[in-house]
Design a protein around this ligand. Sequence first.
Ligand code: MG
Length: 367
Amino acid sequence: MKITRIAAYQVDLPLHEGSYKWSGGKSVEVFDSTVVRVETDEGVVGHGEVCPLGPFYLPAYAKGARTGIAELAPHILGEDPTQLERLNRLMDAALLGHPYVKSAIDMACWDILGKVAGLPICTLLGGRYGEDFVLYRAISQESPDEMAAKVAGYRSEGYRRFQLKVGSDPESDIERIRAVRSVLEPGDVLVADANTGWLKHEAARVVRGVRDVDVYIEQPCATYEECLSIRRRTDHPFVLDENIDGIPILLRGQADQAMDVVNIKISKFGGLTRARQARDLCVSLGIAMTIEDSWGGDIITAAIAHLAHSTPPEFVFTATDFNSYVTVSIAEGAPQRQHGRMAASQAAGLGVSPLMDVLGEPVVDIV
Ligand code: MG
């Protein structure tokens, strides 16, 4: 089987809540997502998606994804999309770095592999554990009372795990954490995600100010070393996200005992192939994971579902249903949240059919 065409489509994904705000005053109102379509000489077609969290979250931006796909596509035309490790090595040889550019192509080729095999991707990633898996809800940064009210609302919809966007001034963040914990029940999980927004002295004040609260601390500071410093002066369970982008930093974090949980975002690692490698290593090392992506619509949500559903449940700290945050559907067959949980499709491949009238004309088309 050979790749004969790679096309990319741009799609806007507005948010139900109007905007999503996190540390440092950063916010997004409409997500700029890119859908990739990979066609083959045997008529099998696969789709992938990449959607950065704006241009200022990770070193990734939406126009860069599309420019990178146009750069990379000619190098893999004629290659076999079902040989995923080999294909990723070819992509790395043609374009150094830029993992998010490769993510949607890799995802589309997994979709093709699944269709050729007649199996859902979660089976190919290791197997399906149980009926479904647990989700969290991200809570945009607002006043403490507004965030507590949002958490109470989403709790009534079935969510039991919440990730607060903090990373503001320490006094307000301590209030946010306390206000939200007060509306939760025993067994509910609360994560305070600073998204690199605190300096060390600020993070030190927050972890001391909530010492009596049952809360996880996620990515307090910008660098791994700063986070490790905070990790060593708190007994809160500790999550690393932005700094964890490959196997070497996972191994370093394990050697330093720098975290209890890591966040596996598919595009941060460069696609399902590399995210699976990281996932499997975390299982071997005893590290739980949040399985998700930077953002996305129905196609990314489907990919997250396959990776999460094929992960042993005790290692799925949480996962994300991004398609329930946005107002636009871009594919049929995508998984839908049920009472704070979700399941991967039983259909072959990703199990989604893109709505081509929503995607419109391709903005990249390489044949
Ligand atoms: Mg995070």
